[in-house]
Every structure is written in C-alpha cells, then in structure tokens.
Design a protein around this ligand. Structure first.
Ligand code: AHM
Ligand code: MG
Length: 335
C-alpha cells in the first residue's frame, strides 16, 4: 500500500484478498475506527466541554475512573453495539462481559478494549490512547460468557491495535501480517497510511520503567536496570537513556518508532494481584503488535501470547520491545 492510502481503502483491499470473506471483519474495523475518531475528538476538546477530572466512581479493579474513561467506554461500546459484527464485548471499565440484547443479531467476533489507557495523564494533557483486541466468538454460542473470552491464548487474536491521541491521532493496527500506522487527517476525518510495515530496531539504549518501584522489584529486573545504569563501564558496555510517560500506548508507540524496552514487571507490592497491566486489554494486543513488528513481549519467564487467560480482568507483568534487549531480560529470568 502506498503512503497516503486511506485506512478504509486498505481494509477493503484486504477483504478482497480473501474472496471467501463475509465483510464482517471490515465492518467491525470500520466501527472501531469510527469510535476512535469520536474519542479523539472528545480528548481534544477536553475542558472546553467540561470533561476533564474524576467521575468519582471506581472500576472493578478499584481504580478511580475519570470522566473521559467513562465517555470513551460508552462511545466504544455503543458504536460496536450499533453494528452486527460482535457477539459480546468486554472492557477494562466494565465489571462483566457486555451482552447483546436478546433480539440483536450476533456477529462472529468478540472485542476487548481499554477505552482510554493512561488516563492518569488526561488532566495534565499528556498522551493517552485506546487499545483493542479482536477475538473469534465460539461458534453456536448465543451469549458468550467470560469463559468464552478466555478460551484462546493471545496467539489466537484476529487483530490488535491502538489509537494514540497525541500531537497527532494515529491508529496502529495488525491483523497478523505486519504492523501499519495511519494518521488521522483532522481536516477530512480520514486515517491515512503514514507508517507502513513498522519494524522495531533489534537493539536499543533506551528503557522505560517506573523507577519509584525499584525497592520492590525481583532480582532479574533489579540486575537488568542496575546494569543499564552503570552504562559503558558495566557488563552492557553502553550508556542508556530513560523515559516514563505512564501511558503504555505512548511507550509502545515510541518503541515502534525508534526501539526501546518497556517494563511493568512483577514486584512485591503488586505480587498478589499478578501485575499491574491487564492481559486481555493491554498486554495481549500490545504483545501481538510488538511481535508482528519484530520485537519480543514476555512476562519475565514466559511469552505473553502463550498465556492461557483464566480471568477477564487478569493482570500480568509486562516486558516488551527491542528483541535483543528483551532477550537479555528473558535470560536473566532463567538464570
Ligand atoms: P490505566 O489503564 O488505568 O490507564 O493504567 C495503565 C497505565 C499504563 O498505561 C501505564 O504504563 C501504567 O498504567 C502507569 O502506571 P504507574 O502510574 O504505576 O507508573
Ligand atoms: Mg490501561
């Protein structure tokens, strides 16, 4: 596809390459794209329409929701419900599986999403984003249950993507055949291909981790970061730079652009809950994108995409990015 080709055109072309395709996937992607355009517009308007700040409610994970968390969740959910491509939905901001009304036509997909990731950054006008993953609904199941969302490991995702709301709004998408990025041209309301065939440099000198958790880390992560900090004089033989945006979408987007490694590892403070980031809404879709772009994504000891989920809101440790650097972390976890 040529630079400047619209995302809609790319999706239709992809459908045409599969003569037996029903068009349902194209329609679903079209709905996801529409939802992200609306969320982008809300995020952009911010307090002009009085939507910054806390909603003073909590999600099932005990996190205080922002007004924009709820608005984004409603926009995404309502937009997908208007189509007929999904059999059920699940979101970081909803306690349980969202079922279709009894008489609604069911589609063959499930969609899981974090409608506004990094929402602690909303009020300070720092980059946030929407993360989504498309799964196949089990055949012959009228009302998919939580168990139906948990059947396959992340390797079975049909598609994964995120839409980043930063200086530009960019949709990054994979359907298992590489990764492409599309920038929203606000003047015409269309996403245009701007980042074809994204590949992550295999080596990096940049890491991203919340250093305030240092005293809680396990030995392999402590060792890795200590060695990064020693720099040229240490075993790594190079000086490192550090970033921490506290928006996973922004960290992943930076890694897709210039390489790097992102860590939200297990630590003694969060051990009981399994990690910080959610497997279904954050880790799996980002792991698929990272692997499709030539990178690597692990929990520490294991590949994220191999995890068999056991809970919708399951949390996992996440280490992802440039292949050779993540390999070092993988080796340290096996040592
Ligand atoms: P959220 O989905 O509630 O926004 O939480 C996920 C975010 C990630 O985007 C980011 O990497 C992490 O939380 C930051 O956590 P911390 O504030 O502990 O550094
Ligand atoms: Mg999130």
């Amino acid at each position: 596809m040529q630079i400047g080709t619209s995302l809609t055109h790319c999706l239709i072309k992809k459908q045409q390459a599969h003569p037996d395709a029903s068009g349902e996937f194209t329609l679903l992607m079209n709905d996801i794209v529409s939802a992200c355009k609306v969320i982008s517009s809300y995020v952009n308007k911010g307090n002009l329409i009085g939507i910054l700040g806390s909603a003073e409610t909590e999600n099932i994970q005990g996190e205080t929701q922002k007004k924009l968390d709820i608005i984004s969740n409603d926009v995404f959910t309502d937009t997908l419900m208007q189509g007929t491509q999904v059999a059920a939905l699940a979101s970081e901001e909803m306690d349980e599986v969202y079922h279709l009304p009894a008489n609604a036509k069911r589609g063959k997909y499930l969609c899981v999403y974090d409608p506004l990731d990094g929402s602690s950054n909303i009020d300070v006008n720092v980059t946030v984003g929407t993360i989504f993953s498309v799964l196949r609904a089990p055949e012959g199941v009228e009302n998919p249950s939580e168990q139906d969302f948990l059947q396959p490991p992340g390797t079975e995702q049909v598609a994964a993507g995120y839409c980043i709301y930063g200086p530009s709004t960019i949709m990054v998408l994979t359907t298992g055949e590489g990764v492409n990025g599309f920038t929203l041209d606000m003047d015409i309301g269309e996403f245009k291909l701007t980042h074809p065939n994204i590949t992550i440099p295999e080596d990096t000198k940049e890491f991203a981790i919340n250093m305030s958790n240092q005293r809680f880390w396990d030995a392999p992560v402590k060792r890795y970061i200590d060695e990064c900090l020693i720099g040229k004089e240490g075993p790594r033989g190079k000086d490192f730079n550090m970033r921490w945006v506290a928006s996973m979408v922004a960290e992943v987007h930076r890694i897709l652009t210039r390489g790097g490694v992102f860590l939200y590892p297990i630590d003694s403070k969060i051990r009981a809950q399994g990690g910080k980031l959610r497997l279904m809404y954050e880790a799996n879709p980002m792991a698929m994108i990272i692997e499709q772009a030539g990178g690597m994504a692990i929990t520490g000891p294991e590949r994220i995409l191999d995890i068999k989920p056991h809970k919708l809101h399951q949390r996992v440790p996440v280490i992802l990015g440039s292949k050779n650097e993540v390999q070092v972390l993988s080796d340290y976890h096996k040592a």
